[in-house]
Design a protein around this ligand. Structure first.
Ligand SMILES: *Cc1c(COP(=O)(O)O)cnc(C)c1O
Length: 390
């Protein structure tokens, strides 16, 4: 493939493989297995002596289109698609880590990732130390001789804290560990972690990559030698992406750049408006100059992205009033959709945490998180204004 192509071209064109029919749009191969022309061919495919598809738990041509397209966008040697974002994280740790290994992870991770590390991996002898996303020195201090993986997500959810990817990559490199970045919030359109020194990029394709809230999917990307054991886990254990979901997501990528630019533009406009509302105590958005890490964010990302969090005065009661007054915004924790979504983290995504832990994280009772969609910003503002009493 032509490596000189721009991202928008790669998003539309990369990975296309036409069948004998010469179809223009990517074909959807709904088949669990593949047939062989002879016993010898079957043997060669199974042994790997001859390339080709065998069974869709291993490979599928539609899944391959998505993998090649996403690899081109992230600038990765290889992409391994998975059934969901969580199975991408699972495949990464199961493929690359063993009992006795240690992980250093950001305290600002997606809730299920924290559960996976603390409740499940710990049972298999992999321990995790959680540190501040914004203080690289804490990551360095947490390193142990058996530290194998540094794991982060930036911007974080719901506080939009920014991790310095290049600084963490340098710490990982010195320690002989790998840095994995969950790039779900930015997508390769706004941030390319491998260029900043990360070893592995993780995606929940359920969010912006699909972009219209239709299917679950995930992906792990990085150097060939790192992806080989990740793929090995997947083909044996089976949390493989379905061909149908791969097709939906691959078509979603065609509009990714347009969508991410629009999400960012709308989010910045909304964040500016929220900052001017007297009932709003603070707005957390990396694209605002008032964000504590605005400069780092603008160095590392092309724009602020589509997620805006804000704190209303008056705690839970005031926050719920905003949620309940909405007629347009969807009350749901999902994000990265064309439809704007609104959630109250303290009683939903972060509701299972102890109140002290939430307070320590900065997830207050008045905090609301918006995934800004593609509707007219004026309509989103009108919807929020009703509950804010603006
Ligand atoms: C949603 C999400 C995940 C998990 O993805 P699923 O597709 O729901 O399994 C992981 N990381 C981040 C940052 C997410 O937002």
């Amino acid at each position: 493939m032509d490596n000189d192509w721009d991202l928008e071209t790669l998003a539309v064109r990369a990975g296309i493989e036409r069948s004998q029919f010469g179809e223009h749009s990517e074909a959807l191969y709904l088949t669990s297995s593949f047939v062989f022309g002879s016993a010898a061919e079957a043997a060669a495919r199974f042994s790997g002596a001859e390339p080709g598809n065998v069974y869709s738990r291993f490979t599928n041509p539609t899944v391959k289109v998505l993998e090649e397209r996403l690899a081109a966008l992230e600038g990765a040697e290889r992409c391994v698609a998975t059934a969901s974002g969580m199975s991408a994280i699972l495949a990464t740790v199961m493929g690359l880590l063993s009992a006795g290994d240690h992980i250093v992870a950001s305290r600002g991770l997606f809730g299920a990732t924290v559960q996976l590390f603390t409740n499940i991996l710990a049972r298999f002898g992999v321990e995790t130390t959680f540190v501040s996303p914004t203080v690289p020195a804490e990551w360095k201090a947490a390193l142990r001789p058996n530290t194998k993986l540094l794991f982060t997500e930036t911007p974080s959810n719901p506080l939009t804290e920014i991790c310095d990817i290049a600084a963490l990559a340098a710490i990982a490199k010195e320690a002989g560990a790998w840095l994995a970045v969950d790039n779900c919030f930015c997508t390769p359109i706004l941030q390319r972690p491998l260029e900043l020194g990360a070893d592995i990029v993780i995606h929940s394709a359920t969010k912006y990559l699909d972009g219209q809230g239709r299917v679950l999917g995930g992906a792990v990307l990085g150097r060939k030698e790192l992806m080989e054991p990740v793929f090995g886990f997947l083909r044996t254990a089976g949390p493989t992406l379905s061909a149908f979901n791969a097709w939906v997501i691959a078509k979603g990528l065609e509009t990714l750049k347009l969508r991410m630019e629009a999400h960012s533009r709308n989010a910045l406009e909304l964040a500016n408006w929220l900052e001017a509302q007297p009932q709003v105590a603070r707005v957390l958005y990396p694209g605002l100059p008032s964000h504590p890490q605005h400069e780092l964010a603008m160095r590392q990302q092309k724009s602020g992205g589509g997620i805006v969090s804000f704190e209303v005065r008056g705690g839970r009661e005031a926050a719920w009033r905003v949620v309940d007054a909405c007629r347009l915004l969807s009350i749901t924790a999902n994000l990265g959709d064309a439809k704007t979504t609104l959630t109250h983290p303290a009683t939903t995504t972060h509701g299972r945490l102890a109140p002290e832990r939430r307070a320590e994280m900065g997830v207050g009772e008045g905090l609301l998180r918006i995934s800004v969609g593609l509707e007219a910003v004026a309509d989103i503002q009108r919807d929020l204004a009703r509950g804010l009493g603006s």
